[in-house]
Design a protein around this ligand. Structure first.
Ligand code: PGA
Length: 245
């Protein structure tokens, strides 16, 4: 039985006090039976970690453990402040920071070797959905990212399927689209790592998930939870999504 996972990706939103208040408020809820992880700005991770609230994740990480990389944050630095998770391959990193599949693979390997758990994000642009090349597009992302990742490493990964056209648009993917892709992703991992590994792998959905559609989305076949952006910035709305899990 796969444990459900819910991530709150706050992106570059909320200043210090608002972030802290929201983190504190969410942490004071009775502990969920599923896994709930908050991804605030990297700037606040260290202090929030000292509050002993909900588990924390970073939104990005460098591909080396240490070194002369001005402005970057290393996976070992994240690990040293008890940050547990990191998002890798998010479409906004790919789009605005030119992160390609090769870089995503380097980050993934270094993060896992450093003891972090990874949420690997994949998903197709609208053109690929329109031309029915969405499956091959996502498969290429997965194959590149998981190059030299073994079955033990895979246990520390969660896959987030986030169609780019659904992120921040208010237009979530349909049941048919989500189930097709999640089933396809699980089958791809089964082909590379075997059925046991694929059965244990959590595949979550992201892209305009909100309090109105969360409960339906979380009930779809092969959906093990969600990664929520905009709707996780408000306590009441995110609380409803937690309840829907
Ligand atoms: P959204 O973002 O929920 O605002 O669409 C999801 C994400 O980017 O992870």
């Amino acid at each position: 039985m796969r444990k459900k996972f819910l991530g709150a990706n706050w992106k570059m939103n909320l200043a210090y006090q608002k972030s802290k208040d929201l983190y504190t408020e969410l942490s004071s809820l009775s502990p969920p039976s599923s896994e709930l992880v908050i991804f605030p700005s990297t700037l606040f991770l260290s202090e929030f970690a000292s509050l002993n609230g909900l588990p924390l994740g970073a939104q990005d990480v460098h591909f080396e453990t240490y070194g002369a990389f001005t402005g970057s944050v290393s996976p070992l630095q994240l690990k040293s402040i008890s940050c547990e998770y990191v998002l890798i391959g998010h479409s906004e990193r790919r789009q605005y920071f030119n992160e390609n599949n090769v870089l995503v693979n380097l980050k993934l390997k270094c993060a896992i070797q450093s003891g972090l758990k990874v949420i690997f994000c994949c998903g197709e642009p609208y053109e690929n959905r329109k031309s029915s090349t969405h499956l091959s597009f996502v498969l290429a992302q997965i194959k590149a990212a998981f190059n030299e990742i073994n079955e033990t490493d895979l246990k520390n990964c969660i896959i987030a399927y986030e169609p780019i056209w659904a992120i921040g648009t208010g237009l979530n993917a349909s049941q048919v689209e989500i189930e097709e892709m999640h089933g396809f992703i699980r089958e791809s991992f089964s082909n590379s790592y075997g059925t046991d590994a694929a059965d244990g792998l959590r595949i979550i959905y992201g892209g305009s998930c909100n309090q109105d559609n969360a409960s339906a989305i979380f009930s779809y076949k092969d959906v093990d939870g969600g990664l929520v952006g905009a709707a996780s910035l408000d306590f009441e709305s995110f609380q409803k999504i937690i309840t829907a899990l």
